[in-house]
Structure formats: structure tokens, C-alpha cells
Design a protein around this ligand. Sequence first.
Ligand code: SF4
Ligand code: SF4
Length: 167
Amino acid sequence: MNDLLNICLPCGLCCDGSLIGHVQLNREELPALRELLDIEDENGNGFFLQPCSKYCDGCSIYSQRPKQCASFNCGLLTSYEQNELDFDSAIEIINRVKQKKIAIEKNLVALNIKLKSESFYFKMVELKKVLQKIKSESSLTKKHIELTVDLEELDSLLTNSFGISSY
Ligand code: SF4
Ligand code: SF4
């Protein structure tokens, strides 16, 4: 196992729905992947929603994973690969994202905000709109403000460290 693999194993943020909401599939790879994953059809191509059912402390179909997964390198991995970031700093950033996610999920429960999406990524897109609506219709409570700040911090962590476009 090399160091590059080591940074992805404790991370998994591109498989659990944090960084991306769905994985796009080409028509050529559909037959083989249909045996492994629950695929939605889309104009002859396909996709599946995250969190990925094959993520379990790493990819359980690694040698057969979709092309999008095989070619995906986030900004954090690239920085690590290019020695711009050391292992401990990379893991610290990954942990900060995970802690932010926990804080957001906790406040969603406390505020009884129900979101329809299963994927954390799409949930955050929905949440942004919900918070804007609450702000325009009434004043935000302390918990709403905490949630807004956590969402903004997570958004900027993902944009700046992972190179992912904003929720
Ligand atoms: S988000 Fe980046 S560091 Fe994390 S598992 Fe995916 S490619 Fe690896
Ligand atoms: S197929 Fe594997 S690499 Fe692709 S999203 Fe699922 S767990 Fe991650």
C-alpha cells in the first residue's frame, strides 16, 4: 500500500456523497456495472447517486470501478501527490470536513429541518436554499446562524482544499 492510497482510505469523501452527489457512467460501461450497482438510466447513459453502496472503508469494487471514479483526483490528493501538503496536514483537513459534517447534521436535527435528498452533497444544496428562505421570511435564530456559518466553512474547505465547486 502506498502513501497515495493511505490518504484516500481514511477519507472516502468522494464516495460517501460529501464532495459529489452522483457518478456519471458511459453507455459502454453500463452492462458490466449493472451487475454491481443500482443504476439510473439517462439518454442511453447512466448514473448512480451517492453515497455509493460499494463504499465500505474503501471501494469494494476497486478493480471494476467506473471510469469517473478511476480518473477522479481531488485537489487535496493532487497537492499531496505534488508534495505541497504533508500527510498529517491532509488528514487534518479531511477530519475537519468530517467534523463539520457532524456539526451540520446535529443542527439539522436540533432545528427539525427535513431535507429530501439522500446524498449529503444534494442535501447541502437544498439546505442553502432553505436557509435563504428562512432568512427572507423571518429572522434567523442562534442555531440557524451556527448552521449557516458551518455550511459556509464547509463550502470554503471543499472549494479551497479539494477544488470542488460550491454547494
Ligand atoms: S476526496 Fe480526494 S483524498 Fe478523499 S478519497 Fe477522494 S480522491 Fe482521495
Ligand atoms: S464505485 Fe468505488 S470509487 Fe466509485 S464511488 Fe463507489 S466506492 Fe467510490
